[in-house]
Design a protein around this ligand. Structure first.
Ligand code: SF4
Ligand code: SF4
Length: 104
């Protein structure tokens, strides 16, 4: 029997590396995101690869832990390779995963 899961996009380092949330204006002025990005360092070797710290891949992890992001600004997920790889255009939620929660 197929495993039942509500995670459409796996929370992996290789997926996080493709994520473009770091280019998004929603996060641009967030002191919390900057602090987490600094703490995390390089995604492929970080000891802090966990949803609370990684400032992206929200389509997998859900709502951002940082609350000082500007979610009224436009989302650029539609430009992301992960969006295409996992066919997120067909999900109920197609943007602002950092505010609305993970893709299902
Ligand atoms: S679709 Fe959005 S949240 Fe998901 S990896 Fe790409 S930019 Fe990040
Ligand atoms: S999920 Fe969308 S709105 Fe949120 S930071 Fe990533 S690209 Fe920007």
């Amino acid at each position: 029997m197929e495993e039942v899961t509500d995670v459409k996009v796996p929370f992996t380092r290789s997926n996080a590396k493709k994520c473009i949330c770091w280019q998004c204006t929603v996060q641009a002025d967030s002191a919390c995101v900057s602090k987490n990005a600094e703490k995390m360092g390089e995604v492929m070797s970080s000891n802090f690869f966990e949803p609370e710290i990684v400032p992206g891949l929200y389509c997998s992890s859900g709502v951002a832990s940082c609350k000082d992001i500007e979610t009224s600004r436009p989302c650029i997920c539609y430009e992301c390779p992960i969006f295409l790889d996992y066919n997120l255009a067909e999900c109920q939620l197609i943007e602002h995963y950092c505010k609305n929660g993970k893709a299902k």
